[in-house]
Design a protein around this ligand. Sequence first.
Ligand code: DAH
Length: 360
Amino acid sequence: MTKLEELRQNYLEEVDRASSESELEQVRVSALGKKGTITLELRKLGSMDPEQRKEIAPQLNSLKVDVTQAISSKKEALVDKELEEQLQKEWLDVTLPGRSRRQGSIHPVSQTIEQAVAIFSDMGFSYAEGPQIETDWYNFDALNMPPEHPARQEHDTFFIKSDSKTAKNPNVLRTHTSPVQIRSMTNQGVPIRIIAPGRVYRCDYDQTHTPMFHQIEGLAIDKHLNMAHLKWTLEEFCRTFFEVKNVELRFRASHFPFTEPSAEVDIRCSWEKDQLKIGEGNDWLEILGCGMVHPNVLKACNVDPDKYQGFAFGMGLDRIAMLKYGIPDLRSFFESDIRWLRHYGFLPVDVPSLHSGLSL
Ligand code: DAH
């Protein structure tokens, strides 16, 4: 076997053996690269005498052509093989049905807020909001609860540490929605009619108390508003919200620093076989606090109490949601148990409105 034939055989075998593109590239460099064996042999042609060159040149060329062709067809084969492997690995059945996502639901508290807003809007109240982190001036002082007032202790307040030495008042997590009364009156002036639903915080936890819960605040100030307007507003609300004709409310004299006179309101109900019925029976359940706004509160908002007067109320939203939907434990509202949410939640399309019957 001549030297060239030996080279041909070796390279064709090596090409055949290469199992990846990088191995094949190594073979190509060693044969046809700048310093490859065949390249160096071709270079030698220049120094040969014409007779010898005539004999060797065609053999060398055919060797070069054969090795080049072998490399390129091997390369194609390797690319095909890789693609084939990839197709095997990344096999995808496009006929499989998609994985559907579970539809979420609207939390009963959100639904209750929407319902309350729809009802009060219909009576001409507009929607107001305030921050959940309040200064103690808005949360207490302006509501006729000066620093030493005993009612402050009853609120189980969460205080927020204040770094600044110049900060006069500590911040608190608002303990009720009543500070929105102050913010709304100082921003908008009077006459005013607002409702303000939102989160409030108190350091308390048992079957009927959670550290965060929801209230809705109402405020109406004008020249001639009195307790009768307050009673009608609350009765009308309860009748629409609980969707029973004969709602009976009991106004019990009470005390709040920000109202005078003040009342707590109970709703007539009955428990029958663990089933709660609103509007009948001999039981009463407390649902809210209310009263005529105290002159000191009006003064704190630069409203003249000799010219203006009105009423306010604060209602526990979680409490009325529990009553309406028969939910026994307040804590379950905030546990994010997906089974509970599926059971008590609402469809997103159930947007409460008065003409559609509030979506039960
Ligand atoms: N802020 C009171 C509370 O959280 C509830 C309340 C009572 C609000 C009487 C009022 C009101 O606006 O007039 O216990």
